[in-house]
Ligand binder design. Structure first.
Ligand code: COA
Length: 143
């Protein structure tokens, strides 16, 4: 049984846990974000943090959130945690009054399939911020 909790990235202990999970899931492939910015979640198995995710205001889309990171420790992959973290993040974004969520994946079929499962659509940003092979995802939060 996994429990998802929104956490306070300003708390030093939480920030350390987020940084550890980031290192264990992204290794050296992405810079460690500023955890005191935006919204962060941890997924716990019993008392052990095994996954994390982050949401920040988008600097590219108007009134939108950017799902900036998600990582699940290898031993706990395959339990749908990314999907659950996406749902938690969408709830928060809706409460903030943001109109949509954007995100991106690069060479990552597992993550891309989770965005499809969660109802995201591919789109082409006016100013793409990733690599030539990056896929950009968008979901409107207004029905
Ligand atoms: C992308 C990621 C968050 C998905 O984790 P998840 O929510 O546990 O994935 P799912 O539960 O949807 O798993 C779907 C399938 O992929 C497999 N899978 C998930 N992550 C895997 C991994 N890192 N390595 C190998 N297989 C993996 C699962 O075992 C499952 O297989 P099954 O359908 O045969 O059971 C996770 O793979 C990860 O942390 N990757 C490293 C960091 C990363 O790439 N983040 C996303 C950047 S866009």
């Amino acid at each position: 049984m996994y429990r998802i909790r929104e956490v306070d990235g300003n708390d030093d202990e939480i920030a350390d846990t987020l940084a550890d999970l980031h290192r264990l899931t992204f290794f050296e492939s992405a810079t460690i974000p500023e955890f005191d910015q935006g919204h962060w979640w941890l997924a716990y198995r019993d008392r052990l943090a095994v996954a994390f995710a982050g949401l920040v205001p988008s600097t590219h889309a108007h009134n939108a959130g950017y799902f900036c990171r998600v990582g699940v420790i290898r031993n706990h992959c395959g339990n749908g945690l990314q999907l659950r973290l996406i749902r938690a993040m969408e709830w928060r974004a809706g409460r903030k009054g943001w109109h949509c969520i954007v995100s991106d994946t690069t060479d990552n079929l597992i993550s891309a399939n989770n965005f499809i499962r969660a109802g995201y659509r591919l789109y082409r940003p006016e100013y793409p911020w990733g690599w030539p092979n990056t896929l950009y995802w968008h979901k409107s939060l207004r029905t």
